[in-house]
Design a protein. Structure first.
Lengths: 109, 889
């Protein structure tokens, strides 16, 4: 297993929001999903995951609701708020611009 | 609508803390379990899986704390925790808490009280009046009178017409009368005002109307009066039908046209006004005749409200331009004169000007008191922080951050200073009217000097409270910052005062207290000496054996002829009383608030320089006035019974006037012209004091009552008898002539003199009170430091004793350490005082700001107090039992 890449500062929020855009999910599920989708390249630091979730909730981008997990355990499910959807769109665009810019710089011979 | 999601979360964090905590822990628990399940599924044994899962989460409690931080629960939570903890600490040591709060209450209270006085007397003295921030006081200046002379009515009107930068201008000149309503007569104060008065100040009368345009014109043409709410309530039993009824004022029937609203006391700092009459009635209330058409007669006091956005400098320039034009147009009356204005707090013609220097000094004094109080509380906190050293070390050891500790210490300081501020505001509230108590009532009229506690005063007090918090938190915070875990686990044994670290800080604080209170003592001493000098200054007349009273016949409705007969009869009876050496009537009592009349003069043979129009104050006095008052005549004769309307007009001038206008020649037999009438100088009187004991020699002259107005109502009596005896005798004689007339309060001229210096008296009293307060605080501080040092060094003392030191040696040791501290404080204080006492400037009379007596006295008091404060700890040290002390530790 290759050593997982540390997440760039601030990208965790973006990844969480993107993951939640597909469906409501609990913390552990979010971490798993990010890992699977990135094909084990991105490994979420679990210690940072929950503070990030709470911060996003506090800012009103996501909201939480208690529900049943796949194996019938009580879990806290997070989902995007309408504001969160807008915010995600904004951040995604921002991120694309940024990565494009970095690419440009790196590709210059 | 993000708040829709945010708000419930915040509220839950605060109010449903347990629920939020439970959720958090359940959420993390779920995560942990899911992770463990996965590891187990990968083939780990359950125990190992749990370990790895916990490690990858980075510890459950740490994760929780980070989540709490993310929710910003901690900021509020810690603050509430600190407040609760602070309160608990206060409750645990009630002695400390009470002492600390008391100190802060005194410190903050003194500040808040002085702020409220400054606000209520200097900055916003007229509660009901609109836009006071743009109000300015107008006065005239002359070459030899740079500070605020009155204006003449025509000058005022020209100013009113031509001032483009003023929103409005109005006249408000203090006057007084005797009100007889029913069978009760009382002296009361009122104002002569321009007709626009109530409109200009934006205070519409509560009942009836204000004055109509034009009611301030024509001699005696509009006998109408507006009365105050207080008068209406007190003397007219709040009669709703009052408007339109008649009231006799100074013998003339006036119609009451309005009642001013509650809470309006007029526009004069010092006394509450009870009635307002239009300027057309001026000659009924003022001496010197009808003056509305006389540009040379200067008598009015006026205010202007500048237009919004106009700077003081612009307006001052316009005033200068207008008065320049007046000077050019009317050289006969206006030569060398200008019109200008002052901000309200420098108003030259009411008590704002009198109290300004005192209140300025008070600002510095209360700042000192606050500093001393803070030093005291700081000392107490230090003492406690020593006791709490262990607590702090433990908390640091358990991982509390330095910032967290500081936050807690500052919160504790805040709790203390909030209590202090609350107490201080209460003190200020109680002291609102206290300034009045320091002034003696004059002729039964109580002064009106209310403090005002508005948002500005509250904001300033809050600011002081915050500054105090910072100061208070600083001391223990610095200590906490220095906590060295290894060191503090060991025991520390302190030496007698002057050891390292903490002890040095505490000694520093005491040094500060001693030096500040020394400065205050010096200040109090200087003011006291100056007061004694003022009181001892010779007024130029014999104050001890002259008593005076007044009989207001005009208010009682007497015609001039009847008044003359009454006065003749009374004088005859009084002169016949046993013990009375002589008696004389006069219009004005020297050094009283009633101002001298003044008028432009023409002096025969004196050519005034182009920029001067001679104006001299004068008094109208009866026969035998000079003998009665004990004012010596240098040459010539005094007025006699024969100087009446049937004989040649005469006058007596004082020496300064003689020198100024006759330059070396004797004025005897020369002539001067007053109000168009020539009179001959028949006598020269020695200079005396006329309006203030502190005035420089002033030109002044006297004219006989019988040849001028008959308003002379002051009766001067020269007698060695006690004033009480005299008062009953005079009352009996007055009653014998007319049972409806009563004389005023009878006082000695000495009493008059003392009253005229009451502003000084107030300064001395205030600085004295606060100075002693500071002294007590400093003594407590010194005592605290010394007794703490002694209690902490029992071991050292016991050792010294065991090695052969006697009780007296120990006594001397502790005393000398304490006195060394005082000595250093006094030195520092003396240096500061030398720099600062110059600020007393105007308040000092014939006393140097470096007066050695004041410094010496302050030193003696300080030495005495510090010996007293050190004696008890020293005595305790001397009684140390060496066996006990050495065994105890």
């Amino acid at each position: 297993m290759p050593k997982p890449t540390d997440l760039v500062q601030g990208t965790l929020d973006l990844l969480i929001l993107k993951t939640l855009a597909l469906q409501a999910m609990h913390g552990w599920g979010i971490a798993q999903r990010i890992r699977q989708v990135s094909k084990d390249v991105l490994q979420v630091n679990q210690g940072a995951l929950y503070p990030a979730l709470h911060r996003l909730e506090q800012q009103g981008w996501i909201r939480a609701k208690w529900g049943e997990s796949e194996n019938n355990r009580r879990a806290k499910f997070y989902s995007l708020t309408p504001d969160g959807v807008k915010y995600l769109r904004q951040e995604q665009a921002q991120w694309k611009r940024l990565s494009l810019a970095i690419e440009l710089v790196l590709d210059t011979p | 609508m993000r708040w829709y999601y945010k708000l419930p979360l915040r509220l839950q964090s605060i109010f449903r803390k347990n629920r939020a905590e439970q959720d958090l822990s359940e959420e993390l628990q779920f995560h942990l379990q899911a992770q463990i399940d996965e590891y187990v599924a990968q083939g780990m044994n359950p125990n190992e899986a749990r370990h790895v899962a916990l490690r990858s989460l980075g510890g459950i409690e740490q994760a929780k704390e980070q989540c709490r931080d993310a929710r910003k629960v901690n900021v509020i939570e810690h603050f509430l925790q600190d407040v609760r903890f602070g309160l608990r600490m206060l409750r645990r040591s009630p002695g400390f808490s009470v002492l600390a709060m008391l100190c802060l209450t005194l410190g903050i209270g003194a500040n808040a009280a002085v702020f409220s006085w400054i606000e209520g007397i200097l900055f916003r003295p007229y509660p009901a009046v609109v836009h006071q921030e743009r109000l300015v006081a107008i006065g005239g200046t002359a070459r030899d009178e740079p500070r605020g002379a009155p204006l003449s009515w025509p000058d005022f009107q020209d100013l009113q017409r031509n001032c483009a930068l003023c929103e409005t201008l109005f006249v408000s000149k203090i006057t007084g009368t005797t009100l007889s309503i029913g069978d009760r007569a009382e002296r009361t104060t009122g104002s002569i005002v321009s007709a626009n008065y109530f409109d200009a100040i934006g205070v519409p009368p509560m009942l009836g109307r204000g004055f109509l345009p034009g009611e301030d014109q024509g001699q005696g043409a509009h006998p109408v009066v507006v009365i105050s709410y207080q008068l209406w309530q007190r003397r007219f039993r709040s009669d709703p039908q009052i408007v339109g009824t008649a009231q006799r004022l100074n013998g003339v029937v006036h119609t009451i046209v309005g009642v001013a609203p509650q809470g309006f006391y007029g526009t004069f700092v010092g006394w509450g006004m009870n009635f307002w009459v239009p300027a057309s009635m001026e000659d009924l209330f003022e001496s010197g005749g009808y003056k509305l058409e006389d540009r040379g007669a200067r008598w009015i006091e006026a205010y202007a409200r500048l237009k919004p956005g106009v700077t003081l400098a612009q307006a001052q320039q316009e005033f200068a331009a207008i008065s320049g034009r007046l000077e050019a147009d009317y050289p006969a009356t206006n030569r060398g004169r200008a019109i200008r204005f002052w901000p309200l707090w420098q108003t030259p013609f009411n008590n704002a000007g009198t109290l300004l220097p005192t209140l300025e000094i008070m600002l510095a004094v209360v700042a000192f008191v606050l500093l001393i109080a803070c030093a005291n509380v700081g000392n107490l906190l230090l003492m406690r922080s020593f006791a709490r050293r262990h607590e702090m070390s433990v908390r640091v050891a358990l991982g509390a951050g330095r910032a967290r500790l500081w936050k807690q210490l500052f919160t504790e300081g805040l709790v203390l200073s909030l209590f202090g501020a609350a107490g201080g505001l209460l003190v200020a509230y109680w002291c609102r009217y206290a300034l009045v108590l320091l002034f003696p009532a004059r002729g039964g009229v109580q002064m009106h000097l209310p403090g005002e506690i508005d948002w500005r005063v509250l904001a300033l007090s809050a600011g002081i409270c915050l500054a105090t918090t910072l100061l208070l938190g600083l001391v223990p915070a610095l200590q906490a910052g220095k906590i060295d875990l290894a060191q503090s686990m060991k025991m520390e044994s302190a030496g007698v005062v002057g050891g390292r670290g903490r002890a040095r800080v505490r000694s520093g604080l005491v040094l500060l207290q001693v030096s500040l209170s020394f400065v205050l003592l010096v200040g109090a001493g200087l003011l006291m000496q100056s007061l004694l000098k003022v009181r001892a200054a010779s007024p130029g007349f014999n104050a001890r054996v002259v008593q005076n009273t007044a009989i207001d016949l005009v208010s009682a409705g007497y015609t001039p002829e009847r008044a003359q007969n009454f006065q003749d009869a009374l004088l005859e009876r009084v002169r016949a009383l046993p013990g009375v050496e002589s008696a004389a009537f006069a219009r004005m009592t020297p050094l009283s608030y009633v101002s001298s009349a003044s008028a432009p003069l023409v002096v025969d043979g004196y050519q005034p320089p182009p920029e001067e129009s001679p104006t001299v104050d004068y008094n109208e006095v009866g026969d035998n006035y000079f003998v009665t008052m004990g004012i010596p005549l240098v040459a010539g004769r005094e007025f006699t019974r024969a100087d009446d309307e049937n004989n040649a007009l005469v006058t007596v001038v004082n020496e300064t006037m003689g020198q100024r206008y006759w330059q070396g020649r004797s004025p005897l037999g020369e002539r001067l012209q007053l109000n168009g009438r020539w009179m001959q100088v028949v006598g020269i009187a020695k200079d005396s004091k006329y309006s203030s004991v502190r005035e420089k020699p002033t030109p002044f002259f006297f004219v006989p009552l019988r040849q001028n107005s008959l308003r002379g109502s002051v009766l001067n009596i020269r007698t060695p008898l006690a004033p009480e005896t005299m008062a009953t005798a005079i009352a009996r004689e007055v009653h014998a002539i007319d049972a409806n007339v009563a004389p005023y309060e009878l006082i000695t001229m000495q009493e008059q003199l003392d009253r005229s210096t009451s502003a000084q008296m107030v300064a001395v009293t205030l600085v004295g009170i606060l100075g002693s307060l500071a002294l007590v605080l400093a003594a407590i501080g010194l005592y605290g430091v010394m007794s703490y040092a002694v209690s902490q060094s029992t071991r050292e003392l016991g050792l010294r004793m065991a090695l052969g030191a006697g009780a007296s040696d120990l006594l001397r040791l502790v005393l000398s350490r304490g006195l060394a501290l005082t000595g250093a404080g006094v030195l520092l204080g003396a240096a500061t005082a030398l720099l600062l006492t110059r600020l007393l400037g105007n308040l000092l009379y014939k006393v140097s700001p470096r007066d050695p007596v004041a410094f010496g006295c302050a030193f003696a008091v300080m030495a005495l107090v510090s010996i007293t404060a050190c004696l008890l700890p020293a005595w305790r040290a001397a009684r140390t039992d060496p066996m006990h002390a050495l065994r105890a530790e």
